[in-house]
Write a protein that binds this ligand. Structure first.
Ligand SMILES: *Cc1c(COP(=O)(O)O)cnc(C)c1O
Length: 379
């Protein structure tokens, strides 16, 4: 059996081990420490955010952001339906209800027109949501200007889930830094990784300071242990932050490598009928964190699942596009506006192996299997 090709595996650079060695040498094997401080500063500089807080995961960052924007039991939060469940779970941790918004076809992200309609309808009923969470999927920014304008019109804060979109741009600006709060993830499959970890950024220094307190069990300033609110254990370890510092230095290389993967696939599969790659919207740089495409079964001669299974049989990992949250049993009871676009993208969408450490041979293997699928299914 040939070696397994993964969807997106960790890719260390040359500096991570040195930073980790330093953490060991100095015995800072703690949730806190100089690498955490430096990682925050360097990350804030990298994305151009005034304040950044390193946390144990992107999910933890989202949880704290929503709590600090006042999301409470009985509230509603408008959120992209085409995403990973980690975007929505923190809304439920806080006892609030998600309201799912469909995607547009240009970037596959939240449709600003639908968001605007939903906000207007809720304003008329006198029932505005506590927050909006927009997701930047697969390495590409949502159309942020009309989304920000709609949120501003009704005074609803925007939280950006940029877990998948570090390295992307929006009209020369950085997704994740344009709302009231933004979050990033350094999980093992993301464009850079600390094995697990996340970052919260915000222009609001008070929000980030309060998030720091909540993330360290909400200790009040006192020599003894004094608590006046409920806290969490959400801080990033100094060892993992050391990995992050090395990873941050190769971010641009990782973006370039993932874009090259996409270009290889697009060129090699250009003549094949029925395959359409996720578009790159005119407003910015798509990192192609994952190369994704839709498969029209009538024109291609096989459906998405047949392709995925054929790849798996050759020890190649590919995954369906996210199953929309409004179709998930756990969220089925909540309201939504639209959903047909996300459903279609799920039905026909496939994510191809996209790691920055794939070799030309790996990519050629994927293409070869894909090209053979329609012939095999016709036999
Ligand atoms: C990975 C991911 C998260 C969660 O990040 P973790 O660090 O794994 O908690 C949130 N939202 C999206 C869209 C993601 O892809």
């Amino acid at each position: 059996m040939s070696q397994r090709i993964y969807l997106s595996s960790p890719h260390m650079g040359s500096l991570e081990r040195g930073f980790v060695d330093d953490a060991f040498t100095s015995n800072w094997i703690a949730p806190l420490g100089p690498h955490v401080d430096a990682f925050q500063t360097e990350f804030a500089h990298c994305v151009g955010a005034p304040h950044a807080l390193a946390l144990s995961s992107g999910t933890a960052a989202l949880h704290l952001a929503l709590q600090l924007l006042g999301v409470s039991p009985g509230d509603e939060v408008l959120v992209s339906t085409l995403t990973f469940s980690a975007t929505v779970n923190p809304i439920r941790y806080l006892g609030a209800s998600p309201v799912f918004i469909d995607s547009e076809r240009t970037s596959w992200n939240m449709d600003p027109a639908l968001l605007s309609e939903e906000l207007e309808a809720r304003a008329r009923r006198g029932r505005l949501p506590r927050a909006v969470v927009v997701v930047h999927l697969y390495g590409q920014s949502a159309d942020l200007d009309p989304i920000l304008a709609a949120c501003d019109r009704y005074g609803v804060p925007l939280v950006e889930d940029a877990a998948e979109a570090l390295g992307s741009t929006y009209k020369g600006r950085v997704p994740g830094t344009l709302g009231r709060a933004g979050i990033y993830s350094f999980n093992g499959n993301k464009i850079i990784t600390t094995s697990s970890g996340g970052m919260l950024v915000s222009p609001d220094e008070g929000l980030v300071r309060h998030a720091l307190k909540l993330s360290t069990q909400a200790r009040d300033p006192a020599p003894h242990y004094e608590h006046s609110e409920i806290g969490y254990n959400y801080r990033l370890s100094n060892v993992l932050a050391a990995i992050g510092r090395g990873q941050l230095r190769v971010l641009e290389d990782r973006v370039a490598a993932r874009r090259r993967n996409y270009e290889f696939y697009a060129r090699a599969l250009a003549g094949v009928p029925g395959l359409t790659f996720m578009p790159e919207a005119p407003w910015g740089r798509h990192t192609r964190w994952l190369t994704t495409l839709t498969i029209d079964p009538a024109r291609f001669g096989a459906d998405r699942e047949a392709v995925r299974v054929a790849l798996e049989r050759e020890n190649i990992e590919a995954r369906p596009v996210w199953k929309p949250m409004h179709l998930q049993p756990v969220f089925a009871a909540f309201e939504r506006r639209g959903g047909g676009v996300a459903e279609e993208l799920f039905q026909n969408g496939l994510c191809l192996p996209s790691g920055s450490n794939l070799t030309p041979d790996d990519l050629a293997r994927v293409v070869e299997v894909m090209k053979a699928v329609p012939h095999r299914s016709r036999r």
